[in-house]
Design a protein around this ligand. Structure first.
Ligand SMILES: [Mn+2]
Length: 340
């Protein structure tokens, strides 16, 4: 149990118990850590008898997570489609900055709305009235596991499987650096409460749309190499996506993680123009001690993330975005030498 959780847990509980109507959201392109933490927190609130409304946010509910229990609690609305003044508390999770609440508009909180930020991203701007940001935690779901323990609330079967999947997914299946013995203990305890995780994991990993495979082909045949081949970028312009009729949601397939598997490709990037002049950038590195890729994400857009995995978006043309990104890498890591 970290000091941060001990210090903040009572403040959060007090704010929740004083709330009449709590808002929760999933971040854009919600991953299992976002969905799992939103579902788990919603269930805990409901078990306490507190009214909670989780919204799906900018993206649709992921089609590979439909075996999570009670997922229909999540209302298919984005932040612009709700009346924020209906709520007196907003629990914002797995979102390092307000633009992870929505990218459709500038997020402004009314004075009457209290905000709690719960996260594990190093780049978190701590923009809530109460902030629980545990940098060395594997996932928001692991933070919640410890928070719920501290509150001594019951983690039932449904809550357990949601937290388990968030932890499993954000650790890449218990293999990323942030995975600790405590992470495994948390997962073990959750698995003891609900042993249905193999089916949920199978569905998550094997519910791909054919367009995702087509997009993977497109992306892998678009590689550009820079800095003597140490930086490799998959570069997909909107025109190519449009030609194949691939929808935007099927372009989120973790191309950078595939590129990362090649020895010598120190920084792996996918750069995809998902809409005309909107370029989504995902960055990975094999060597996060040497290359903190969240620095690139923050410098080139409004993004962020972790040392080894970060992302951002750039509102420029496709070629201009590539140029900006390469220039930013050259400035951030001069030791890479010439961009060629
Ligand atoms: Mn996360």
């Amino acid at each position: 149990m970290t000091e941060e959780i001990k210090k903040t847990s009572l403040d959060i509980l007090k704010a929740i118990k004083g709330a009449k109507n709590v808002l929760l959201h999933c971040h854009p392109y919600a991953d299992p850590d976002s969905i799992g933490s939103v579902l788990a927190m919603t269930m805990v609130l409901k078990n306490m008898g507190i009214s909670a409304t989780p919204i799906s946010g900018d993206s649709n509910y992921p089609s590979n997570l439909t075996s999570l229990p009670q997922h229909d609690l999540i209302v298919p609305k984005n932040f612009t489609q709700i009346n924020v003044s209906d709520f007196d508390l907003f629990i914002i999770m797995d979102s390092s900055s307000p633009n992870q609440i929505t990218k459709l508009t500038e997020v402004v909180f009314p004075k009457s709305l209290k905000t709690i930020v719960i996260d594990h991203h190093v780049s978190n701007q701590k923009y809530g009235d109460i902030n629980l940001v545990v940098n060395d935690s594997s996932s928001t779901c692991e933070v919640l596991f410890n928070l719920f323990k501290e509150w001594k609330v019951e983690i039932d079967k449904d809550i357990a499987i949601c937290l388990f999947l968030g932890i499993f997914s954000d650790t890449g299946g218990f293999k990323y650096q942030a995975t600790t013995a405590d992470t495994l203990l948390a997962a073990s305890e959750l698995a003891r409460i609900n042993d249905g995780f193999p089916d949920v994991i199978f569905e998550m990993e094997n519910s791909r749309n054919a367009q995702e495979i087509e997009f993977t082909g497109l992306a892998l045949s678009s590689l550009r190499k820079y800095f003597s081949g140490r930086v490799v970028m998959a570069t997909v312009p909107f025109s190519d996506i449009e030609k194949l009729g691939i929808s935007k949601e099927h372009t989120q397939v973790g191309i950078a993680n595939i590129l990362l598997s090649v020895v010598g490709w120190d920084i792996a990037i996918s750069l995809v123009e998902t809409e005309p002049n909107v370029v989504t950038v995902s960055l990975r590195t094999r060597d996060s001690e040497k290359y903190d890729v969240s620095l690139i994400a923050m410098a080139v857009g409004k993004g962020g993330g972790h040392k080894a995995a970060a992302g951002t978006s750039i509102n420029e043309s496709f070629e201009k975005s590539i140029e900006m990104l390469v220039d930013t890498i050259a400035t951030t890591f001069p030791e890479l030498g010439s961009a060629e």
